[in-house]
Design a protein around this ligand. Structure first.
Ligand code: ZN
Length: 158
């Protein structure tokens, strides 16, 4: 199957059917295209490939935005904050020891989880059909729109 944006709206049914939520999430976590499960999602650590190498779905247009770091902070916080309190209560170690142990642990866990969770969010976006309408290429070529005047706000340049 091949992604075709011209058939994804209007009267014609989309040629490209998203996978069920669980399947799309699992594929995203494993760095696989949420639609076909074959192509990769990431070109680098967190950069999305422009399109799937197998089915040509425009994966870069499934924008995860701020959701992945939100979920990572939520998850890592709930995983590590209880042990922090438990260690403090049980052993009362000096603050520098807390910092030496917990800060690297928080950092490493966040780095390890960010990519699979971003993949899952991209999979989730695919099931919701949330595809960015603007094309990056068009955005670069379009002339910069003039900023509307800010009525009622003091002009900093005056
Ligand atoms: Zn694909």
């Amino acid at each position: 199957m091949r992604w075709d944006a011209t058939t994804s709206g209007g009267d014609k049914a989309p040629r490209f059917v998203p996978a069920p939520l669980g399947t799309a999430l699992g594929r995203g976590v494993r760095n696989r295209c949420p639609y076909c499960g074959v192509g990769r999602v990431f070109a680098g650590y967190l950069t999305l490939v422009p399109e799937c190498s197998n089915c040509h779905a425009p994966l870069a247009r499934l924008r995860a935005d701020d959701a992945p770091p939100y979920f990572v902070i939520f998850l890592v916080g709930h995983l590590l904050v209880p042990p922090v309190f438990w260690v403090e209560k049980a052993y009362e170690p000096p603050m520098w020891l807390h910092m030496v142990i917990w800060l690297p642990l928080f950092t490493i866990l966040c780095i390890l989880l960010l990519r699979p969770i971003k993949g899952a969010v991209v999979g989730w976006m695919s099931t919701l059909g949330i595809v960015s309408v603007e094309d990056d290429d068009d955005e670069k070529e379009a002339p910069a729109a003039a900023a509307p005047p800010l009525h009622g706000l003091p002009d900093r340049n005056a």
